[in-house]
Design a protein around this ligand. Sequence first.
Ligand SMILES: Nc1ncnc2c1ncn2[C@@H]1O[C@H](COP(=O)(O)OP(=O)(O)O)[C@@H](O)[C@H]1O
Ligand SMILES: [Mg+2]
Length: 290
Amino acid sequence: MSLIQIEEVSKVYGFGDATTVALDEVSLEIEKGEFIAVMGPSGSGKTTLMNILGLLDRPTHGVYKLNGKDVARLAKIKQAKTRRDQVGFIFQSFNLLPRLTVIENVALPLAYKHVSQTRRLKAAAQALEQVGLKDREYYLPTQLSGGQLQRAAIARALVNAPSIIIADEPTGNLDSVSARVVMELLSEIHKMGNTVLMVTHNPSLTRYASRILYMLDGNIVYDEATAIGEMPSRVQKAVNALRKSDDDEKLANVSAMMETMPDPSEPKEKKIEKKKKKPRKTKKTKRGKK
Ligand SMILES: Nc1ncnc2c1ncn2[C@@H]1O[C@H](COP(=O)(O)OP(=O)(O)O)[C@@H](O)[C@H]1O
Ligand SMILES: [Mg+2]
């Protein structure tokens, strides 16, 4: 049984003429222990997918099974409970509460459980030790650097021993040195057997992943397993292109690179199972929904 299984999941925002199809019948299976890097240009549906997988949001259509259990249409309160028990989130903006100390922030996911305060703080201290912040337990978030804040956020995501850790552009607000520390941590967490889903704009970070997804216009257009520590040649080329281009060109380059999509019949590229062949071009065509 897969840890995560979604089938033809769509997410439509808005009503009438002003609708956006953020996810367009996406199917995906994720096994326990994978480290998935999700790439794709802004607006391609990465955050929407993460929010649905992390039970922060629910699909408009489709099936979502987490640990074999149908969770797509849980009542709000059950959804929140499942999220607290099974998902750890790491955001680009860290999202620590400014008035709580670091250790209180990290203990927060346990506040909803029937766990004594002593045990909560003990678990939080352990998680902080794991991310190398033991000596910052009683600091306030404003007293930490960006890299330290993100490590605290990682400790918070771990404190519950969740089934999935979701990191949406976790290094987006960090300098390259802090980003590296955060990535090494995520990598360690992965090696301990955790399942990590990470959105990133930085192709070189895909080297930490065991599988790379690339999204475009609400679809997964590329899905490839990779050896950890390596980048598929296509991604490597994108990195090289990135080195010699300015920001605006960056994503265009990466997109263009990934759009020279693998032929689905090539044996090495796997797993894009769509019930009907989709046109390769990226422009969305209007499709009637049943
Ligand atoms: N709450 C929302 N309301 C309306 N449209 C949204 C909302 N969230 C996302 N979208 C739209 O859905 C599409 C996918 O967005 P998102 O998942 O945030 O993409 P990404 O994370 O890849 O940048 C975009 O067109 C975005 O404008
Ligand atoms: Mg996003």
